[in-house]
Design a protein around this ligand. Structure first.
Ligand code: ZN
Length: 471
């Protein structure tokens, strides 16, 4: 099934062979869903996706996207193997049916059917009888955690191998073993999922997650679930920005998307990569390469005012797909939201990164923090004070004292004065919130009250609605 590698556009098709028009059966979030319920729903999605053997290409990835389409109207795109994408080439499609190591009594001592982590992901097919010494050259364990099975891949380099626990390895007798990996590596497609939610402006907010890991939860099903439920929430909301959700294979997926969308990628005004977002640890935000983009400041503000521990880390050119979005040619304002970062928890890239590591509270909190940040971006505008010559008299408008004593609206007088003072068309509400050391929500409420009383005017452009820089 070799397709002309250069013909990307004509090869975009739905994995089911049909049109990519969204069906109408997608679930609409229930009104009044409580955060605890939301965490449980995210956990249920993770548990459902967990057994699937995903890779950077192949049926497991498509199956995952089809399940996500039960929640959100994802379009499934396919790019043929062999397509050149910048300095990379879309790889062959990997599919696997079975794999095992059998002893001479015919018993499966390592069995893919028990866990897909047992096969080195992307292994070439093999069926042979080998000695234990020979076999050991293809075996991987986690010696420090003798019950755990590691996750290994052999992308971009043909090879084969098995992952097993140290205890399983130690139990292997010096004998001959039948090894079988019933996989195929053939010309096919790289599949990814894309959802665009149009807003008032064509400036975009990108939400990207990798969805290529097999049975691993925090890395990466937590990010997949978080992106799915954020999309579900945002679908029902009024949107100033256009939102683009990407569910892609790590690295090659981001490179492929950026290559196919090089021009329109410049519309990305803010972006978040989501990964490791479902454990019980505190939230971590990795800044974009720019370091002080609006998304960086918005996330910092939300975390700072959450009243709970969090960590901010600077950009580095390793990690997840922020590496590609923040490569110098694009330099997009895309940060990465995590809880405990990759490599900083012992279960990372092992069989212990399973559903038991997931926290429904952590998942719901990640959703709340990301949504608060996106809401901030939606509401972050600059206004002009229409009574700039000295303070307007707030008392006669019912905005002073009376309001100060009310607990229901809680429009803070300090917030009113800060908004009036700094609304010169150049300062956004986030600028004001930062300068006043007040939560953005209070500053926004004050601005709304002042707008209602005719004391503020919207600027024509909304000012700083885009973080796009010329590159
Ligand atoms: Zn990973």
């Amino acid at each position: 099934m070799r397709i002309d590698a250069g013909d990307v556009a004509s090869a975009e098709h739905d994995s089911d062979g049909g049109s990519i028009v969204a069906d109408t059966k997608h679930r609409i979030p229930r009104e009044g869903t409580q955060p605890a319920d939301l965490g449980q729903e995210m956990l249920a999605l993770i548990a459902r996706l967990y057994p699937i053997c995903r890779s950077i290409t192949g049926e497991g990835f498509r199956q995952t996207l089809r399940i996500l389409r039960e929640h959100i109207p994802l379009e499934i795109r396919e790019v043929p193997s062999g397509t050149d994408v910048f300095d990379w080439t879309v790889p062959r499609e990997w599919n696997i049916r079975d794999a095992y190591i059998k002893n001479m009594r015919g018993e499966r001592v390592v069995d893919f059917q028990r866990s897909n982590l047992h096969v080195v992901n992307y292994s070439v097919p093999i069926h042979a009888t080998v000695s234990l010494a020979e076999l050991k050259e293809h075996l991987f364990t986690v010696p420090d955690h003798p019950d755990w099975v590691p996750y290994r891949t052999t992308y971009y380099q043909d090879g084969w191998g098995f992952c097993l626990s140290q205890n399983q390895l130690d139990a292997l007798q010096d004998d001959e073993y039948e090894v079988c990996i019933d996989s195929s590596l053939e010309a096919g497609y790289l599949a990814y999922g894309e959802l665009c939610l149009p807003g008032e402006t064509t400036d975009e907010i990108l939400i990207s997650c990798h969805a290529c890991h097999p049975s691993l939860c925090n890395d990466n099903l937590s990010g997949v679930a978080l992106a799915t439920f954020l999309a579900q929430t945002l679908r029902t909301r009024h949107r100033r920005y256009t939102y683009r959700f990407l569910f892609i294979p790590g690295t090659i997926g981001a490179i492929t998307w950026l290559c196919l969308n090089e021009g329109s990628a410049r519309r990305i005004a803010h972006g978040l990569v989501l990964a490791c977002a479902g454990d019980a640890g505190h939230p971590t935000y990795k800044r974009s390469r720019r370091g002080s983009a609006e998304i960086d400041r918005a996330m910092a503000h939300v975390l700072q005012h959450s009243g709970r521990p969090y960590e901010m880390i600077d950009f580095s050119p390793y990690g997840y797909d922020e590496r590609q979005y923040c490569s110098p040619g694009f330099n997009l304002p895309v940060g990465c939201f995590m809880r405990t970062p990759h490599g900083q928890y012992p279960e990372y890239h092992t069989s212990a990164d399973n559903v038991n590591l997931m926290s429904s509270t952590g998942l719901a909190d990640s959703h709340a923090l990301c949504l608060a940040t996106l809401t901030l971006l939606e509401q972050n505008r600059a206004y002009v004070n229409r009574h700039a010559n000295c303070e307007p008299q707030l008392g006669k408008r019912g905005l002073y004292r009376q309001i100060g004593g009310q607990t229901d609206t809680s429009v803070d007088e300090r917030a009113l004065l800060w908004v009036l003072n700094l609304s010169d068309g150049a300062h956004t509400l986030l600028d004001i919130a930062e300068r006043a050391s007040l939560p953005f929500a209070g500053i926004h409420r004050a601005a709304q009250a002042l707008l209602e009383h005719g004391l503020l005017a919207e600027t024509r452009s909304g000012a700083q609605t885009t973080g796009v820089e010329a590159v």
